[in-house]
Design a binder for this molecule. Structure first.
Ligand SMILES: Cc1cc2nc3c(=O)[nH]c(=O)nc-3n(C[C@H](O)[C@H](O)[C@H](O)COP(=O)(O)OP(=O)(O)OC[C@H]3O[C@@H](n4cnc5c(N)ncnc54)[C@H](O)[C@@H]3O)c2cc1C
Length: 377
């Protein structure tokens, strides 16, 4: 575990890098930059500095650093609204997923590219009739005698599939849908693939970050199976702890909070605005402590599913509350076009808000997990 001085040094380095990037106009801070800020060049620059794949062992191209160092880097990138979407899924959950479950060949094949910021992944879990009820996935993977697999089915809301180099897919390899958690397997499928159709889906802001992905009997080799056949459910649950607990679950809209704070410094704040600012800052700080606790649990090899669900529920609610607080305090300011960066930032934050409590598992589902974990359900 690095000491506090090392962490402060690392934080200062990242801030200095971000200041340089902002000075050269490489990006404009946005809310939700881990979903909408697709910039492969930026990802590659982070990779070159050793700030991706930080916790991947050095023999797979990573940097063997601690999760807390990764947390510091991630926190700065998100709070600055930096464009991290291209590598986000790879670095956050595919690297740990492949490290935990992958074959040696899969580790050699994918991890160095993830650490370099050059290999991007998509997550193929949700389906038209299996979102919250993920165990109901109907995409089918049929094994042939030579060990290859033929995959048929449709995935939906697949973020970044149109620009990803690979996708991790949850499919039914054995049994029937009534078997629920049994008989599911994960696969790593390289993209593009001649029998995989990727159709864009537009969100309310007109952008197409996610897709419908249709597998028309797509054939993949035996080497595509990730982990153990039939163990997909347990593997996915492990991955979701990484997906749900990170700082992106409460920092997505912090660039707006920072911009609003700067604005109030310039214009002066009313007593009500001071109270709002103080309350939001205190909530962000509490969430940070909770997120750090999950990171420590993951680091210790434990499975903090319940705590991760709680962080995401409280964190994603906070993200939306923040936007609403700033919007109602800046009535009539939001504009998607025009020259005012604050007006643009506010407008895009408002348009992204509906997704916060849906993606990665809806808040209703998360509360069910927490209730079960507390033994009251
Ligand atoms: C921006 C964004 C990006 C996404 N990216 C990806 C991705 O990359 N890969 C991927 O696989 N998926 C992705 N998703 C999909 C996301 O995981 C699902 O939208 C989510 O799990 C909900 O599933 P659903 O949309 O099918 O809603 P449904 O499951 O149909 O739910 C509809 C409503 O019913 C409620 N509900 C359902 N079941 C229960 C219950 N048992 N108790 C109480 N309430 C219930 C839900 O809370 C929700 O409000 C993304 C979603 C968004 C918004």
């Amino acid at each position: 575990m690095p000491d506090a001085t090392d962490l402060d040094g690392l934080r200062a380095e990242v801030r200095s890098f971000l200041r340089d990037e902002l000075d050269t106009g490489s990006f404009e801070p946005v809310s939700d930059s881990w979903m909408s800020g697709f910039a492969p060049g930026f990802s590659a620059r982070l990779g070159a500095r050793g700030w991706l794949g930080m916790a991947i062992p050095t023999n797979y191209g990573g940097h063997g650093r601690s999760p807390i160092e990764r947390f510091v880097v991630t926190e700065e990138l998100l709070a600055h609204g930096a464009p991290v979407a291209a590598h986000w899924i790879s670095d956050r959950q595919m690297a740990p997923g492949i490290l935990a479950n992958g074959t040696e060949a899969q580790k050699q094949r994918y991890l160095p590219g993830i650490a370099a910021g050059e290999l991007f992944f998509a997550i193929g879990m949700s389906e038209p009739d299996a979102g919250s009820d993920l165990a109901g996935v109907r995409t089918r993977a049929v094994a042939a005698e030579d060990g290859s697999w033929t995959i048929t089915g449709t995935k939906v809301w697949t973020t970044g599939a149109h620009v990803a180099h690979a996708m991790v897919l949850l499919a039914r390899s054995d049994g029937e849908p009534v078997d629920r958690h049994a008989g599911l397997s994960q696969f790593v499928v390289d993209l593009p693939h001649p029998d995989i159709e990727i159709r864009p889906l537009r969100s309310i802001d007109g952008a197409a970050h996610f897709n419908e992905v249709i597998f028309h009997g797509a054939r993949v080799g035996s080497e595509a199976l990730l982990g153990e056949r039939g163990n997909g459910w347990a593997q996915v649950m492990g991955e979701l702890a990484f997906e749900r607990s990170g700082p992106e679950r409460y920092l997505s809209t912090v660039p707006l909070l920072r911009a609003w704070t700067d604005q109030l410094r310039r214009t002066g704040a009313t007593p009500e605005q001071r109270v709002t600012l103080g309350t939001l800052t205190a909530r962000a700080w509490t969430l940070r402590r909770m997120s750090l606790s999950v990171a420590a649990e993951l680091d210790a090899g434990r499975k903090p599913d319940v705590l991760a669900a709680m962080v995401k529920d409280v964190g994603s609610t906070f993200e939306g509350d923040l936007v609403e607080a700033v919007r109602s305090s800046s009535e009539g300011v939001a504009r998607r076009d025009g020259g005012d960066p604050f007006a643009r930032l506010l407008a895009t934050s408002v348009l992204h808000t509906p997704a916060f409590t849906l993606r990665g598992g809806t808040n209703e589902i998360l509360r069910g997990i927490v209730a079960r974990g507390m033994g009251i359900r």
